[in-house]
Design a protein around this ligand. Sequence first.
Ligand SMILES: Cc1cc2nc3c(=O)[nH]c(=O)nc-3n(C[C@H](O)[C@H](O)[C@H](O)COP(=O)(O)OP(=O)(O)OC[C@H]3O[C@@H](n4cnc5c(N)ncnc54)[C@H](O)[C@@H]3O)c2cc1C
Length: 514
Amino acid sequence: MPEAHSNPEHVDVLIVGSGPAGSTYARVVADARPDVSILIVEAGPRLRGTLGEHTSNMSPDDRRISQRLAQGPDAGVDRPPPHPALSETDGQARTAPFIFPGLFPIGDGAAMPGEFGLPAAAMSTGVGGMGVHWSASTPRPSGSERNPFIPSAELDSLYDQAEGLLGVSKDLRGDDEMLATLRDLVAAEFDSDAPGASPVGYMPLAIGRRGNELQVSGTSVILGDLADRVPRFSVRPETLARYILTEGDTAVGALLEDRMTDSAYEVRAERVVVCADSLRTPQLLFASGVRPTALGHYLNDHLQMTALVKLDPANVRKWPTPESPSIVGSVLIPFVDGIRPMQGQLIPLSRTGAGFHLLPESMAGAGAEEIAILAWYGAKDIQVGDAVEFDESRADPYGMPAMIIHYTLTDADRRVIELMRANMARCAEVVGSLIAEPTLAPGGSSLHYQGTIRMGPNDDGTCVCDTYGRVWSRTHLYVGGNGVIPTSTAANPTLTTVALAARAAARLAADLSA
Ligand SMILES: Cc1cc2nc3c(=O)[nH]c(=O)nc-3n(C[C@H](O)[C@H](O)[C@H](O)COP(=O)(O)OP(=O)(O)OC[C@H]3O[C@@H](n4cnc5c(N)ncnc54)[C@H](O)[C@@H]3O)c2cc1C
């Protein structure tokens, strides 16, 4: 363990992790209290472009450099770009987990023998976190997916705020006839399953336009002009938080490690906020001796299934011309309690704004505009035993306690998987025909790990923090990220994470002495 320096630096708010959650804390606190000092420390490097810029908005060279920089111990490794090609299904899961450019997997410890595990679970380590790589789908959860501990009207207004922070657009599709046709066909098939429930619609996206160019939103949009506007705000890259310093039960700062020089130093803070993702937030708390009973438990990730559909030519409209603004959109089949514990998405490749590089070679070329992806997420049956645990006798590549994942599927999960398979086949049939069967992806593929630092109304051993992200039995220590989400969800989590971080940050700002 490196030695700590004397005469520590002091800030009002120290935030660990520069992804969407940490950035939301910074933005909301700074907006409320522009007079306070806020330091975000980030284990990974600064990437190209503006602070937290999405890699899709970069030139191909800058994108490749940034992705390779953010891969932590795999920095510099070239990964193939994402594509929807699926290997043969074995009825269970693909054997080879896919790791996105910009990410690195857990490695040893990701799956215990005989368990489903999270072999495809991956993390990102660069300024902006995963918020510079994400796909920007931002649906609002519904029914039992929603946080039951926050009054409903307040939650709705937090979602409004989160959509504003993330720059969510509800309409990048204009009056596209193809998307409307697909939506109507899918709605006619599914809406009668659950009359009165959220109807089939379109996926909201955190994407905007600059002229004819699409700009994917994320961390940079959350941060906005904070670095220019708020003189005492800064982001310090290549800086690992090794442990949280406490005096009694009060968090008073952190021991940080400069990864360029390997030197360690303390930063003292009035408030410490840990937003280091759902796996590394519990890791840092564990390493710091902050170990509530629920820490790392209730881990849940969406059951992910994908398939490819060849659309009926009658449902296809021609590509936008290179000069016309790209149309971006997909059909959203929402979660319905008890009836459809899953979220479905029908994504015509011609409406992704991403172009043909997404297609497997065998399918590229003539007719490619007829291809659509089915990307479905199932809500996991949450179990206390599904957990990220830590082995102090082994170190991860950052010298932190090594992760061990325990993760199994239940009978309820298997029923959801079969229902997903059936619903995907129904969806394919009404718009065309399946050309690649629904396939269950390896555990961790959705990159939506939740529950490991979950919130709750009482310190009853089933949660790690209160509904304002304050760690139980500790003072001045906050957490944020997908890990705080306490419910079983099928909706992509980042919008909820930003909403909950905004609420916690507003409370933190109000609690700081004037
Ligand atoms: C390819 C891809 C597509 C995705 N698509 C979607 C989508 O469409 N919709 C959606 O809702 N979500 C999506 N996600 C997930 C989304 O990106 C995450 O939900 C979101 O980024 C989580 O934000 P966060 O701030 O909690 O964590 P992160 O963004 O992971 O940021 C955590 C940061 O903490 C840093 N850190 C960790 N430990 C330490 C330490 N000890 N000291 C200092 N720093 C540390 C890490 O380096 C990292 O930069 C996608 C992710 C990927 C990769």
